[in-house]
Ligand binder design. Structure first.
Ligand SMILES: [Zn+2]
Length: 278
């Protein structure tokens, strides 16, 4: 009896029996889950059915890194990209280079983002789309523009010509819940629009790792009762003392905790059906 108990315990402790990371199944899905567009769960623990693939090219935008196959989204996000590109053009700004959205069925990814799981997140490069559209090779090889020097300074020349000009337009879109930007970019936008009414400014959130792109996050769309919104950003423009913290050492001094792979058990139960659906 003792022996079988010991065997049992050894069996339970075998790492191979731990549930597989959910990114394996979601990363293997090459097509969207059939059915109506529907979001399950939250931005960093979720998935979606009925996704669409953003066109590689559209009026005023070009999708980058096509080989990654991460330009899948809820239709509301593909619509948003087209809308923002049109507004940017109407405002005399350059075209947009579109980075990662998500996987065909959303879900956790093997590398890169913690969020981008529900088809509602998109990274937009700060490097603008030039007159000549990049070919497929250039879409793999080109890099975005890192407009931030050190932690607290903008490369002014790049900044002025960058797609950051489109951030206020994106923030004014009612579908948008939040936009993550480098703190220096938030500070510059605060300064440039000082003295104007800017109720949209609270949506622009300083965050680590956004020196070469801005990250737009839509609110839960209609028709997805299982979609979990993030709490709204704090009231106020976030241009004052809250921003000062980002220019201290504190945000950069902590050690980041190692990333734990999510398993299916961490996701809403509907995500198992989403990833298994034929
Ligand atoms: Zn992102």
């Amino acid at each position: 009896m003792f022996r079988s108990l010991a065997l049992c315990l050894a069996f339970l402790a075998t790492p191979a029996l731990a549930e597989a990371p959910a990114h394996e199944a979601f990363g293997a899905a090459r097509s969207p889950a059939p059915g109506e567009a529907r979001v399950y769960g939250s931005y960093a623990k979720g998935c979606h059915a009925g996704g669409v693939q953003l066109a590689a090219d559209g009026p005023g935008w070009a999708a980058m890194r096509l080989s990654r196959d991460r330009r899948w989204a809820h239709p509301a996000l593909a619509d948003f990209v087209a809308r923002l590109a049109a507004r940017a053009r109407a405002a005399g700004l350059g075209g947009l280079l579109i980075g990662d959205m998500g996987q065909p069925r959303g879900g956790p990814m093997k590398s890169g983002h913690r969020s981008h799981q529900t088809g509602l997140d998109v990274d937009i490069w700060l490097r603008p789309l030039s007159e000549k559209r990049p070919d497929a090779t250039a879409r793999e090889a080109l890099s975005s523009w890192d407009v931030v020097q050190g932690r607290a300074t903008l490369f002014e020349g790049l900044w002025r010509r960058s797609s950051a000009r489109a951030i206020p337009l994106a923030a004014q879109d009612p579908a948008v819940a939040r936009i993550f930007v480098h703190p220096v970019i938030k500070r510059a936008l605060c300064a440039e629009t000082a003295g104007t009414a800017r109720p949209w400014m609270s949506k622009i959130r300083p965050w680590w790792g956004h020196d070469a792109h801005f990250h737009v996050r839509l609110a839960c769309p209609a028709g997805s009762p299982e979609c979990v919104d993030q709490a709204p950003p704090p009231a106020g423009e976030g241009c004052g003392a809250a921003l000062d913290w980002w220019f201290t050492d504190e945000p950069y001094s902590g050690s980041s905790s190692p990333r734990k792979d999510l398993t299916m058990a961490d996701l809403p139960p509907a995500c198992r059906a989403v990833v298994d659906a034929n």
